[in-house]
Design a binder for this molecule. Sequence first.
Ligand code: DQA
Length: 146
Amino acid sequence: MERILVLNGPNLNLLGERDPGHYGTMTLAEVCDELRLSAEALGVEVECFQSNHEGELIDIIHRERKTSAGLIINPGALTHYSYAIRDAIEAVGLPAVEVHLSDIDSREPWRRNSVIRDVVVLTVSGKGPSGYLEALDELVRYIRSH
Ligand code: DQA
């Protein structure tokens, strides 16, 4: 069964209590439960990780590169400046979808830039937790058609 790696970066462990106006009230565990249900219906498996540390996220991308068919990633604020995460995604060559709960294009100017956008096949932004489900659907469709 294809395995999809789901990575969440800094501060996303606080989902549910952090700035609900932007990020909603669902916890990360609940988001991952929903992803697992959708994955089952799609006939794939998801593996969810969260880390507040850039290097650990990179280590996970490297470690899981051979066992995963694709990557869904919300790098949190690292989205806006981590060339190291960008390079890790490019280096492993996994098809990746970038997710943001909030609409990063309609917030502060510094959030509008994503340094990973050029190495992902799709960006889903501003759709709340359902953005992760859309990302899963689209990623599985992409993997199966390539
Ligand atoms: C975020 C948007 C980022 O700008 C922010 O730093 C986050 C979460 C989102 O999901 O909307 O931590 O990636």
